[in-house]
Write a protein that binds this ligand. Structure first.
Ligand code: DGY
Length: 330
């Protein structure tokens, strides 16, 4: 048995993953795997050591998969499976160069992320966190005519930066709130998706100028890095609500702070920041019109289990040399 075990492909799982994925790996009897059995990231030095000689790695978004790590893993490494839809933590060039196949987890988290985005948008625009706090600390005097007024979705224009599965799912959920118009920008028009939500393709300039609500739904790439900067915020409406559930890196946070604190825009809801966790002394935390969540958009029991199951299935299929359920084309 020991000999049979030792010939099985070796896998390192960089974090304690939800039970469904773990079960798939165990039941497969296809791999021998070691897991970093903690809710906290594996220290880098430990990680570099653990991946040595591995055929596969299952990671999460806190692990930087770069040349150093791939060199540490060595030539046996064939498959990298990330339990995330985002892949900005992966050096794709380095993976491609080494012929390593990559799995990721799109689709299974679309509903959860869209739902949370809508919740964050409403919490920000209708000032829910601020209002609950005021009630709790005794500032609730009498009913007042303009106290804690926010901005409503009815008759608004919603802008989507980066129209993919998630952007469409957000728009579908917002439509019943009587949104007047959906507009979007992307590297090129995406008519098939846009038709599903009756969204109009506009330039980034127009998106900034016309949106009452602007939702960031793009991947973090060199092109989108820091794209939400002073230049963009200064074109936006004073009543605009900015929502980011993509990656913190798309926002220039100094510029966002200026825009929020000077009333250039009305509010921001952020599920992602740079860095993560955002230090508690960060200036953005001092602003009443900024709602900050700790990267929880996909955090439902169902979705996190589905992500771990898909990540496990991607890994196993890749190691068998078969097509992965969701493979990233490098
Ligand atoms: C992802 O999958 O990339 C999210 O950020 C976490 O679910």
């Amino acid at each position: 048995l020991r000999r049979a075990m030792s010939t099985l492909p070796k896998v390192f799982v960089t974090r304690r993953v939800p039970p469904d994925g773990l079960e798939i790996l165990r039941q497969s009897k296809q791999v021998q795997f070691e897991m970093w059995d903690s809710d906290d990231p594996v220290p880098r030095v430990e990680l570099l050591n653990k991946v040595k000689g591995c055929d596969g790695i299952l990671c999460v978004l806190t692990e930087k998969i770069d040349a150093q790590l791939l060199d540490a893993a060595g030539p046996n490494l064939k498959v990298l499976s990330t339990m995330s839809v985002g892949y900005d933590h992966l050096s794709l060039d380095e993976l491609k160069k080494r012929g390593i196949r990559v799995g990721y987890t799109p689709d299974v988290l679309t509903d959860a992320v869209a739902e949370l985005t809508v919740a964050l948008l409403l919490a920000t625009s209708r000032r829910l966190i601020e209002a609950a706090h005021e009630a709790k600390i005794g500032s609730w005097g009498t009913w007042r005519t303009m106290w804690l007024c926010g901005h409503e979705l009815a008759n608004s224009t919603v802008g989507i930066f980066g129209l993919g599965r998630i952007g469409v799912a957000i728009a579908e959920r917002l439509k019943p709130f009587k949104v007047k118009k959906f507009i979007y920008t992307d590297v090129a028009p995406r008519p098939e998706l846009a038709n599903m939500i009756d969204a109009e393709y506009v330039s980034l300039d127009e998106l900034a100028k016309e949106s009452d609500f602007l939702a960031m739904c793009c991947a973090l790439t060199p092109e989108t890095h820091g794209i939400c900067n002073w230049n963009l915020f200064s074109k936006m409406k004073k009543n605009a609500i900015f929502i980011n559930t993509s990656r913190g890196g798309v926002v220039n946070q100094e510029d966002l702070y200026e825009a929020l604190s000077t009333g250039l825009i009305a509010g921001a809801g952020l599920d992602v920041t740079t860095p993560e966790p955002l230090p508690t002394h960060h200036p953005l935390f001092t602003l009443k019109n900024c709602v900050i969540l700790p990267h929880i958009a996909s955090a439902s029991y169902t979705t996190r289990n589905a992500m771990s199951a898909l990540a496990a299935n991607n890994l196993l299929a890749g190691l068998r040399g078969e097509a992965m359920p969701k493979e990233l084309q490098l």
